[in-house]
Design a protein around this ligand. Structure first.
Ligand code: NDP
Length: 322
């Protein structure tokens, strides 16, 4: 089978097309014939070595497809079932062996592309607004990279809750997408200082919560636009990692809260995984959450997909087709 392996960490050029045997399932695993693969920023972190993994490894951790074979202990899925998953490395391939307790049945009304697009970023947006900081109607939220994969979903979920959202974006095209998704205000943060603008838009009151997946270039100013006792939810570092930070600043800037959450801890139990994924699928089926699939690349075009993602050229979700 075709797969994309990382043999040494580095830039997009280390993503190498290889021919590997189709995996055999362990007792607790199912083999999935992959129909659509989600590309995420975390795949870049693994490729670079920012998140460590034993070499060589097949990158990618989000996909949807059909079960072809199951291990002896697997009772929850069977060959022919349509499934999706996230959080198991090895998705940039035609087949993957996945622990059965991480597989979710995909409803008939959801396509493979939608399922693979909804898993990682959909459940992330869901836990950020419902569990990390439960966003409430009438509150004001700042969402960075609001036209990105997680960003567009956060904007829609904030709108559904009835919160006022301010989104930051890199270009006019992205501003239009964020507005269409329901952002009340959009700031082009390459042209305007988002700290000044956010203070202006909130009449110096500040926002209740900042959802920041951009990190290095936005974190510090983000702290300055929070209300007293506001929440800085730093969930990624697309622009780079935030440097070491002295917690006294949280006190000086208004007894702020800071958290650095990760999806893995919000879908750790089977019950939470099922609850979150079914909430996301139901929002899609009900038309309350629209997935924007910005581009589908062939598996062989994975280097370009990473270049585009890192180069801020993508909007919404990007996928690979095996
Ligand atoms: P996006 O589609 O949002 O792409 C990243 C966006 O970040 C870019 O399009 C760009 O938007 C913005 N950006 C700002 N500065 C830079 C920079 N220097 N280089 C690259 N991009 C930059 O990606 P994802 O939706 O996949 O992920 C968004 C963030 O969420 C990532 O940091 C990711 O790690 C994190 N994440 C965290 C999870 C968690 O559980 N903690 C789970 C899922 C994702 P613009 O041009 O508008 O500035």
């Amino acid at each position: 089978m075709k797969a994309i392996q990382v043999q040494k960490t580095g830039g997009p050029e280390v993503l190498t097309l290889v021919d590997l045997p189709v995996p055999k399932p362990k007792a607790n695993e199912a083999v999935v014939k992959i129909a659509a693969i989600g590309v995420n920023f975390i795949d870049v972190y693994f490729r670079e070595g920012r998140y460590p993994a034993a070499l060589p490894f097949v990158d990618g951790q989000e996909a949807a497809g059909t079960v072809t074979e199951v291990g002896s202990e697997v009772k929850t899925v069977k060959p022919g079932d349509r499934v999706a998953y996230t959080g198991v490395i090895g998705a940039y391939a035609e087949y993957a062996a996945v622990p059965a307790d991480r597989l979710l049945h995909v409803p008939d009304k959801i396509t493979d592309e939608q399922a693979s697009a909804a898993m990682l970023q959909g459940m992330t947006a869901h836990y950020l607004v419902n569990s990390t900081y439960p966003l409430k109607k009438g509150e004001t939220v700042l969402i960075h990279a609001a036209a990105g994969g997680v960003g567009l979903l956060l904007v829609q979920m904030a709108r559904n809750i009835g919160a006022r959202s301010i989104g930051t974006v890199g270009t006019e095209e992205k501003a239009k997408l964020a507005r269409e998704a329901g952002a009340d205000e959009v700031i082009l943060y390459a042209q305007k200082d988002f700290e000044v603008e956010t203070k202006r838009l909130t009449e110096n009151k500040g926002v209740h919560v900042v959802y920041d997946g951009v990190g290095k270039s936005t974190f510090e100013k983000g702290l300055n636009v929070l209300r007293p006792r506001g929440y800085m939810v730093l969930f990624g570092g697309a622009s780079g990692a935030v440097p070491p930070f002295d917690p006294i600043a949280l006190s000086q800037k208004g007894s702020l809260f800071l958290t650095r959450p990760s999806l893995v801890h919000y879908i750790a139990t089977r019950q939470e995984l099922e609850q979150r994924s079914s909430d996301v699928f139901n929002m899609i089926i009900a038309g309350k959450l629209k997935l924007r699939i910005g581009h589908v690349y062939k598996l062989e075009e994975v280097q370009q997909a990473h270049r585009d993602l890192e180069g801020r050229k993508t909007t919404g979700k990007i996928l690979l087709a095996p």
